[in-house]
Design a protein around this ligand. Structure first.
Ligand SMILES: Nc1ncnc2c1ncn2[C@@H]1O[C@H](COP(=O)(O)OP(=O)(O)OP(=O)(O)O)[C@@H](O)[C@H]1O
Ligand SMILES: [Mg+2]
Length: 369
């Protein structure tokens, strides 16, 4: 797929900016704090409805304005689509597809696919479990838009169950009401767990093969899903049984803490290099290689499942990779994936790139071609 055009209105530090993408590689060049990451963030929002900066909608809207708009025109194998997202401060978002407002935001997903890679992604290895869940969920949402809806309803149920547990902290927890929420938590949770487990089964071998290539066969990568509720044979019945047993085991603790302790909101991934946790023992270089392998695997898996090439958004990372990893990355991208790269200086780029790329200069939220 190809993002042909992007328009930003009152989004972060952009007031009214139209950008036409004319080459398969675009370099966004600018000093610090000029709007490079903001631009990639807008594309990420069109692709996933989320920003990995984990901001509130209020933060996206240019200071002093009531709303921000992001428009994108995407060329896909099956035709062209117009995507538009309005973010309000305060107020709810509106997502529209080909100028038609959508009732369900999940219906917006899947038209633009993108994989972002920034220095923040080292948190995938180093950060809290939430960071890895967000990554997994972001990937799932792109390959299976319905997942957005599934996850949202799980989170809603979790919130209500937590509210009930909290209310019951004074000792008056209505058992029947809790039973009802348990059933809902289990039903919705199973859907999340099975999808996370299935996508990992497909992702892991691809990531391992990339990791082998980048580390030149010196290291082995193991990725294990560490779900709060064991997946077993993957059948609904067996997950349900385990889920219920785990809830029963932790019931007293949940009642005394007033919060839900079991469920996919507690899942994690273990990333091991040569048998040891990359989080605790990996060197910086090993952690970078690992994240690069994960990102390349994500790119390839989305392409396999969606049947169209996702965009690759590289925020300031090229300069951070050593030449070997840079070249590895470049040889994968070639002209296959539309790639948008940000940088503060062109010095980090290979001449082959500079000749082929469209270079856009950004200054204080204004793009000069
Ligand atoms: N809601 C907002 N309204 C107005 N300006 C904003 C808003 N949110 C962020 N900004 C401004 O956007 C700028 C940062 O943009 P961005 O993160 O895209 O920089 P960058 O070019 O990627 O810089 P760096 O090279 O440091 O990563 C800051 O000057 C910040 O004040
Ligand atoms: Mg930046």
């Amino acid at each position: 797929m190809f993002l042909k055009q992007l328009q930003l209105r009152n989004f972060r530090n952009y007031h009214d900016q139209l950008i036409d993408f004319t080459a398969s590689k675009t370099i966004i060049l600018g000093e610090n704090a000029q709007g490079k990451s903001n631009l990639l963030e807008a594309i990420e929002l069109l692709a996933t409805l989320k920003s990995h900066r984990v901001s509130k909608d209020h933060d996206f809207v240019a200071q002093g304005c009531p709303e921000a708009k992001i428009f994108g025109k995407v060329d896909r194998l099956h035709g062209e689509v117009d995507l538009s997202l309005t973010l309000r401060s305060p107020g709810r978002r509106t997502a529209s597809l080909n100028s038609e407002n959508l009732k369900r935001q999940a219906d917006f997903l899947g038209y633009l696919n993108a994989v972002e890679f920034s220095c923040l992604d080292l948190d995938l290895v180093r950060g809290a479990p939430e960071r890895r869940r967000l990554w997994l969920d972001g990937m799932l949402v792109q390959v299976e838009p319905l997942y957005g809806h599934i996850l949202q309803s799980y989170q809603q149920i979790l919130k209500q169950r937590n509210a009930l547990l909290k209310k019951g902290l004074d000792g008056n927890l209505p058992a029947e009401e809790l039973d009802l929420w348990d059933q809902q938590l289990v039903n919705a949770g199973i859907k999340v767990i099975r999808r996370r487990s299935r996508i990992l089964e497909r992702l892991v071998p691809i990531a391992q093969s990339w990791h082998q290539q980048i580390s030149q066969g010196h290291e082995t990568l193991i990725i294990t899903y560490c779900p709060s509720v064991a997946v077993g044979d993957g059948e609904v019945e067996s997950i349900e049984q385990t889920f219920r047993e785990r809830l029963a085991q932790r019931q007293l603790a949940e009642k005394s803490l007033g919060t839900t302790l079991i469920g996919p909101h507690r899942d994690d991934l273990a990333l091991l290099i040569d048998g040891v946790l990359a989080k605790s023992y990996g060197s910086q270089g090993q952690q970078r290689t690992l994240v690069l392998a994960l990102k390349l695997a994500e790119l390839e898996l989305i392409e396999q499942i969606v049947g169209d090439t996702p965009l690759l958004l590289l925020d300031d990372v090229l300069a951070e990779l050593d030449l070997q990893r840079q070249n590895q990355l470049l040889s994968v991208i070639m002209d296959r994936f539309q790639t948008i790269v940000t940088t503060t200086h062109l010095g980090a780029f290979d001449a082959k790139w500079l000749n082929a790329a469209q270079i856009l200069q950004v200054q204080n939220g204004i793009i000069k071609t």
